[in-house]
Each structure stands twice: as structure tokens, then as C-alpha cells.
Design a protein around this ligand. Structure first.
Ligand SMILES: Cc1cc2nc3c(=O)[nH]c(=O)nc-3n(C[C@H](O)[C@H](O)[C@H](O)COP(=O)(O)OP(=O)(O)OC[C@H]3O[C@@H](n4cnc5c(N)ncnc54)[C@H](O)[C@@H]3O)c2cc1C
Length: 381
């Protein structure tokens, strides 16, 4: 058995990596384990872009966390010297009473965020490449934009190590057990470590690892990159030029991120409801591409050239809100599942919250609505 640590972390993706950084930066003795390689693409945190925004249609309770997340991403940029967050502005598009537009407006008004309701004719003028329907409007948010997920995870991991965290890659955790008021973490290769506290951030591999059983759906998602045969359309979507948008498109939540460079615009649909085993994800097939090409043709006809596609994983709870807080049965264990397909933008603040809970026993940020004990987590998603 290795030395005893203050905190062990299971999973070094978006949230485990952020926790390692915040804990190590505050002087904790940290060890982290990741079953795959550094920055791998088998979980939930790859694909070049993630949307970040504040007018949170999912629930206004997230807004205080988002305001802090923005600050922390900027801090991380300064400390790492990397550009992580690019503000493009963003639109929520749908009918005036759609959950996207009405929900975004509610969050923006409640928290006095900068936003603008854009009527149909003006929306068509501003977004001429989108086939906006006559009954649709847009909620424009100037602060929305994209994060670079691989760089965000990379920056957290690199700086965590610089602050003294020991991070072990290609070392899977087999299981863990309470050891008095501490915890013993057992590795698949036979090793083990002891730590005062354990952060569980395994993404889609929650399986039996949590010793706590919320109903979860592990979803297989497909993201696709498209470009245009028309030079003007190509130019409009390249290098962060186009605003991000999320669109209530015939009952599906369809979204787009502009290209980072020249690799094409990324589009996907939020939630597939297709259950998968995270170790055996079906590769992208012709039907996936056909369906996304058909959506692209309906929504953005100029993006007529399919480039490539990739799968990614959601860990979805019954109420589609995160699970964040102390384990109901083992107080020395912290649970972090900030997914349901919208958690990346929060990774910076989730890391800070996990460090608060480990080192101070509490956090000043409002996370009560995400507590693991809430009854809504028992329903089947
Ligand atoms: C297609 C797609 C689009 C998305 N778009 C957005 C968006 O626009 N905006 C947004 O905010 N969010 C978005 N999300 C959601 C966001 O990316 C996720 O919520 C976030 O990445 C989850 O991070 P995580 O740390 O929980 O999981 P991961 O980053 O997958 O990390 C979990 C890690 O734990 C490791 N692990 C698991 N089990 C073990 C073990 N036994 N031992 C050691 N290591 C282990 C895994 O290998 C993995 O590296 C999107 C997700 C997908 C899939």
C-alpha cells in the first residue's frame, strides 16, 4: 500500500481533473486515478467544443454556479497560458413559449443577465444561413460561447501536477471500501491507497462504483462536423465566427458550435435516449450520418458537406440535473456526476466545490438542489 493521502480521486476527466487542480492548489495531498490515457476520447469530454452560457433554460438555480464557472475558466486561462473560453454570443431558438426560449428568459430575468429577445424578422436578418420558421424567435445572450474541452481538461491536469498532485493514468480503480473514517481504494492491478476522503467522478462508468444507486441512463450520442461547398458559408462558420445556438427543431434540441479553425461546424442533438454499455459503444454508422445530414439540410441547408462523426457518452439522471455532494452513507466520499449532457461548462466550479467540501466541509455555493438524496433521482430517466 502507498502512503496515505488527504484525497483520492477516481476518474481524471472534466470533473475529477478540476477537483485535482483545486485540491492540490490549496495544499492537499492528492492522488488521482484514470483508467485510460491522459485526455482520451472514450468518455464524455472530447470533441473540440462545448457550449457555455448563462441564461440557463434548464433551471435558474444553476446561474450562480455559472457566474463562478466563468470566473474560474478565466483564472485557469491566466494560470495555464492557454485560451480556453471563446465568446461568440449565442441564441436559444424556438417558439416564444418553448422550454428553451421561455426557460432561458426566466433564468436571465431572475438573475438580471444581459439578454435580448429577438423577433422573427430580425432573427432571420441576423442568422441568414438558418432556416428559421415564421413562428420562431431567438433569445440572444452576448456572453455565450465555447470552451475547448481537451485544453480545459489538459490545463487542470497539468496544473494539478504542478501543484503537487500525483496523477496516475492507465490505472483503473477496481473498488473502494471505508477504512474507519478514511477510505481504501483498490486498483485493478492489485495496488491500493488509503486516503482521508475520496472523490468519485467516473463519468459514464458509475456502474457499481458509487455504492449508491440512482437511476441513470448512459446514452450514446453522435456528434457530426459539417462544412459547405459554398466558400461564403464555409467562411461564416469557421474559426469561432458564427454564434453558437440551441434550437428547438421539430421537438428535438439541436445545437451547433462554429469551427475552432477549419475543421467544420459541429452539430448534434441533445439526448438520444439510446442506452449503451460504456465499454461497448456502437461505432458511428450510415444511419447516424443520414439522420444528421437530414437535420442539417432542414436547418442549415448551406452546410451540405459531411466531414466526420464521433460518439460520446451522457450519464443522464431522472430529472436531468447533476448529482453533487456527500455520499448519503459514507461521509468521507464525495459524488460528482455533472452530466445529463450539460455539465462540461461547470467543471471549473465543480472542482472548486469538491475542494470546498473536502477541505472546509462546506461550500458557499448553492448546490442543495443537486444533493444525492433527492427523491427525483429514484425515477427511471
Ligand atoms: C456529445 C456531447 C456534447 C456535450 N455538449 C456539452 C456542452 O455543449 N456544454 C456542456 O456544458 N456540456 C456538454 N456535454 C456534457 C459534458 O461534456 C459532460 O457533462 C462532462 O464532460 C462530464 O465529465 P465527467 O468528468 O463526468 O466525465 P469524463 O470526462 O468522461 O470523466 C470520467 C473519467 O473517469 C474515468 N474512470 C471511470 N471509471 C474509472 C475507474 N474505475 N478507474 C479510473 N478511472 C475511471 C473515465 O475513464 C473518464 O476519464 C456534452 C457531452 C457530450 C457527450
Amino acid at each position: 500500500m502507498e502512503d496515505k493521502y488527504d484525497v483520492a480521486i477516481l476518474g481524471l476527466g472534466a470533473h475529477g481533473g478540476a477537483a485535482a487542480y483545486h485540491l492540490a492548489r490549496r495544499g492537499a495531498r492528492v492522488i488521482g486515478f484514470e483508467r485510460f490515457t491522459r485526455g482520451h476520447d472514450r468518455g464524455s469530454s472530447h470533441g473540440l467544443t462545448r457550449i457555455i452560457r448563462k441564461a440557463y433554460f434548464e433551471h435558474p438555480a444553476y446561474v450562480p454556479l455559472l457566474l463562478r464557472a466563468y470566473e474560474l475558466w478565466r483564472d485557469l486561462e491566466r494560470e495555464s497560458g492557454r485560451t480556453l473560453l471563446r465568446v461568440t454570443g449565442g441564441y436559444l431558438i424556438g417558439r416564444r413559449d418553448s422550454p428553451l426560449v421561455a426557460g432561458g428568459e426566466r433564468a436571465a430575468r431572475e438573475h438580471r443577465l444581459a439578454f435580448e429577445l429577438v423577433e422573427n424578422a430580425e432573427l432571420r436578418r441576423r442568422l441568414p444561413l438558418l432556416a428559421v420558421r415564421p413562428d420562431e424567435v431567438g433569445l440572444f445572450e452576448p456572453d455565450a460561447g465555447t470552451l475547448a474541452p481537451e485544453d480545459c481538461v489538459g490545463a487542470h491536469l497539468e496544473l494539478a501536477e504542478r501543484h503537487g498532485a500525483k496523477l496516475r493514468f492507465e490505472r483503473a480503480v477496481k473498488d473502494w471500501a471505508p477504512a474507519g473514517d478514511a477510505v481504501e481504494v483498490r486498483l485493478a492491478d492489485g495496488g491500493s491507497v488509503r486516503a482521508s476522503q475520496l472523490v468519485l467522478a467516473p463519468g459514464a462508468w458509475i456502474g457499481g462504483l458509487w455504492r449508491f444507486d440512482p437511476a441513470l441512463l448512459i446514452e450514446r450520442l453522435v456528434i457530426c462536423w459539417f462544412d459547405s461547398t459554398d466558400a461564403a458559408v464555409h467562411a461564416a462558420f469557421r474559426a469561432h465566427r458564427h454564434p453558437v445556438f440551441i434550437w428547438d427543431l421539430d421537438g428535438e434540441t439541436f445545437y451547433l458550435c462554429p469551427a475552432v479553425g477549419d475543421e467544420g461546424a459541429k452539430m448534434a442533438v441533445h439526448h438520444s435516449r439510446v442506452a449503451t454499455d460504456p465499454d461497448h459503444v456502437a461505432p458511428v454508422d450510415a444511419e447516424d450520418v443520414r439522420r444528421m445530414s437530414e437535420r442539417a439540410r432542414r436547418a442549415i441547408p448551406g452546410l451540405d458537406r459531411f466531414l466526420r462523426a464521433k460518439t460520446c457518452l451522457y450519464t443522464t439522471t431522472a430529472d436531468e440535473h447533476f448529482i453533487l455532494g456527500r455520499h448519503p452513507a459514507f461521509p468521507q466520499v464525495l459524488l460528482a456526476s455533472a452530466c445529463s449532457g450539460h455539465g462540461f461548462k461547470f467543471a471549473s466550479v465543480v472542482g472548486e466545490i469538491l475542494a470546498d467540501l473536502c477541505l472546509a466541509g462546506r461550500t458557499a455555493l448553492p448546490i442543495e438542489f443537486l444533493r444525492p438524496e433527492r427523491p427525483e433521482l429514484r425515477r427511471i430517466p
